[in-house]
Design a protein. Structure first.
Length: 290
């Protein structure tokens, strides 16, 4: 039985995890590129936490159109509902809500929201900067190739939190089975109905170095552990969601024993409840120019 049923809550809960993980050296290289941009497109934008982060960290330029693109209509609907209230809390005047137009101290940020496939959307878009956080591992290599074919020449690309094949759960539940679960979960990224790439980070880094201009790269590992018996913010829910995601992915895997997986899942949830589970996922931040 799963303990998590809200993707939107998960996306909000991982905000603090991402905040810690983002490589600050890569962010420093991004700052002048963002400052000189008038049009930013974010693919796989989810519920808009990257935009919120950039605004709260005072990284947005004075004039900007920021377009959030996602195939998930529910996520984009959440963006439209939550951003105006958040913006007012940040001291912005919400001059309009379709599109969302934010004004503060001479700064004007226009926020467009689009439900679309990223590759299809980029056929006609011409951004100065493309952002894709925790998204390229959802693309199989051929889809990544098609995506890059549609990015305009000269466009800067910031791909943070790009998964690169490392997952750790501690403490141990079943020594050999724990490793088997992780191996099969990574393999599931290949075998699922819509395959992804469990080594997207290193593949992106190689592409940036050989086919484009690599501007900066660094590790952005998720590291989640409790302070005493409590996890920061809503990171306990984040962990429950991760455990359920792994369990659901392996539920139909003939190479994984169902009963043992069920026990593993329950033990992991219990560890979270006690503030014992430590979770690490290896990821890379890559900044490049096409």
């Amino acid at each position: 039985m799963t303990r998590t049923d809200s993707k939107e809550r998960y996306l909000a809960a991982k905000r603090t995890v991402d905040d810690r993980a983002l490589d600050r050296a890569v962010l420093e290289e991004l700052e002048p590129l963002l400052e000189s941009s008038s049009s930013v497109v974010e693919i796989g934008a989810g519920i808009g936490t990257m935009l919120q982060r950039l605004a709260e960290w005072d990284l947005l330029p004075d004039r900007l159109t920021y377009t959030l693109v996602d195939v998930d209509a529910d996520a984009i609907g959440t963006v439209r509902k939550r951003l105006p209230a958040w913006a007012r809390e940040q001291g912005y005047t919400v001059a309009s809500e379709r599109p969302i137009r934010l004004e503060r101290d001479g700064q004007v940020v226009t926020i467009e929201t689009v439900v679309a496939d990223a590759t299809v959307y980029l056929e006609t878009a011409d951004p100065d900067l493309l952002i894709g956080a925790a998204v390229l591992d959802l693309f199989e290599p051929g889809e990544t190739e098609a995506l890059f074919d549609r990015i305009p020449d000269g466009c800067h690309c910031y791909f943070p939190i790009t998964f690169d094949g490392g997952t750790t759960f501690q403490p141990t539940v079943f020594p050999a089975f724990d490793d088997h679960v992780v191996e099969r979960y990574h393999e599931d990224m290949h075998r699922r109905e819509e395959p992804g790439d469990p080594h997207a980070g290193r593949h992106l880094l190689a592409r940036a170095a050989t086919d484009h201009t690599l501007r900066a790269a660094g590790a952005s590992d998720w590291v989640v552990c409790a302070d005493g018996a409590e996890y920061p913010a809503d990171e306990g829910y984040f962990l429950h969601y991760i455990v359920d995601t792994v369990s659901r992915a392996l539920a139909d895997d003939p190479a994984v024993d169902d009963d043992r997986l069920e026990t593993w899942t329950e033990r992991r949830h219990e560890q979270i409840e006690r503030g014992e589970l430590v979770y690490v996922a290896h990821q890379l931040d890559v900044l490049l120019t096409v």
